[in-house]
Design a binder for this molecule. Structure first.
Ligand SMILES: [Ca+2]
Length: 380
């Protein structure tokens, strides 16, 4: 099997969209001018990273300044890129823009390993900037991977005739992950037409050992979701439903957005530590939702302008502060949830936690920790 063990995409990329009248997310087909790539036979993906046995080995060592060009695609591609039977793939320094469906699709049913998505930008991706699919084999996962230092932003509103009335929108929606890390990303305005989009980071279906930390999530319909209340077509009949097990959500800033900050559904052994959440008036209570099927879970040192509500799940609570926290944050409207001098209820009010020894900026928490993601400096 000719699996590419090293595939680095490091190019200055121009993702030009192909305009379609009246469609805010036109179909996009990225075609490579330089480098060698697999062209999928059925053209589902304009290009994909693959090393199946009947394919030659493809490496792409693109020189800087390589340009990805867009061309009209018929039939229209589902996504701009896909990752399947791969090991050790890094997708870095790429831009994905103006795509109707998926920016990158990671196919967990093909058991990819060590997939790193690093310093990429996703702008106006219509359905999922990063989609992770799953099959029904409960033992097959995408093992070891990360999404780091990426930016996700939508500036357009999906039309009403898309799925779920234009609400089928998320930045990251991934299934069947094991040992994945989502850190230091920025999410802005990932929203459905009717405020009913999925979370900016939505992980589910047999995922385990996942860490979500140091992300800034601003004005997205929902912030971070481990699981959801409903079913997936990847679930097995009779399977005990555990969408995420052994996960950590820590040191995130989540500001604004119409629905909720963090939500857990059918999540097991989750630690929610040192997050700062600012809810607007709409759905003010939905700072953190502990939903049905959630168990063996801890909520520690979170700071929530809003509330923590239980909707059928269980969690141990320790040193969280909720309520109206006006004046405690530098600039909630712009997502800056650093503490002000007025945040007396948060400063030095936490309990040291060995799983959160640094804050959202990477600064060590020395002495008595502050609540939330931000550790105030001594000069305060
Ligand atoms: Ca402190």
């Amino acid at each position: 099997m000719n699996t590419p063990h090293w595939l680095l995409i490091a190019a200055s990329v121009l993702a030009v969209h192909v305009g379609v009248a009246e469609d805010p997310f036109p179909q996009t087909h990225l075609a490579l001018r330089e480098g060698r790539w697999i062209k999928e036979r059925n053209q589902t993906f304009p290009f994909r990273f693959e090393g199946a046995a009947d394919d030659p080995v493809f490496y792409a060592a693109l020189r800087a300044q390589t340009t990805l060009r867009a061309a009209a695609a018929k039939p229209a591609p589902q996504s701009t890129s896909g990752i399947g039977h791969c090991e050790g793939v890094t997708v870095a320094h790429l831009s994905f823009a103006d795509c109707r469906s998926y920016g990158i699709k990671v196919e967990a049913e093909k058991a990819p390993k060590e997939i790193q998505i690093y310093d990429c930008r996703f702008r106006d991706i219509g359905v999922r900037a990063i989609k992770g699919s799953a099959g029904q084999d409960p033992n097959t996962r995408a093992v070891k991977g990360s999404v780091r230092y990426c930016q996700f932003e939508n500036t357009k509103v999906p039309p009403a005739d898309w799925l779920f009335g234009g609400d089928y929108i998320a930045a990251i929606d991934m299934m069947a992950l094991e040992d994945w890390h989502f850190s230091d990303n920025l999410f802005r305005n990932i929203r459905g037409r009717n405020s009913g989009g999925r979370a900016a980071i939505f992980l589910w279906v047999r995922s385990r050992r996942v860490v979500v930390e140091r992300n800034l999530i601003l004005n997205c319909d929902r912030g971070v979701a481990f699981g959801n209340p409903g079913q997936s077509t990847a679930n097995l009949a009779g399977e005990r439903l555990v969408y995420v097990a052994d996960g950590i959500i820590r040191n995130n800033f989540i500001a604004g957005g119409p629905d909720c900050g963090i939500e857990l559904w059918y999540a097991d052994r989750i630690k929610v530590l040192h997050n700062t959440i600012w809810r607007p008036e709409q759905n003010w209570r939905r700072g953190i939702r502990v939903g049905t099927g959630t168990a063996h879970t801890e909520l520690v040192n979170n700071l929530v302008h809003g509330e923590i509500i239980f909707e059928g799940g269980e969690a141990q609570m320790c040193h969280n502060l909720t309520g109206h926290l006006e004046g405690c944050f530098v600039s909630p409207a712009s997502g800056n949830l650093a503490l002000t001098r007025e945040a007396n209820g948060a400063i030095d009010q936490g309990v040291p936690d060995p799983e959160a020894t640094e804050d959202i900026s990477g600064r060590p928490r020395v002495g008595r920790p502050d609540l939330g993601a931000w550790e105030s400096r001594n000069e305060l």
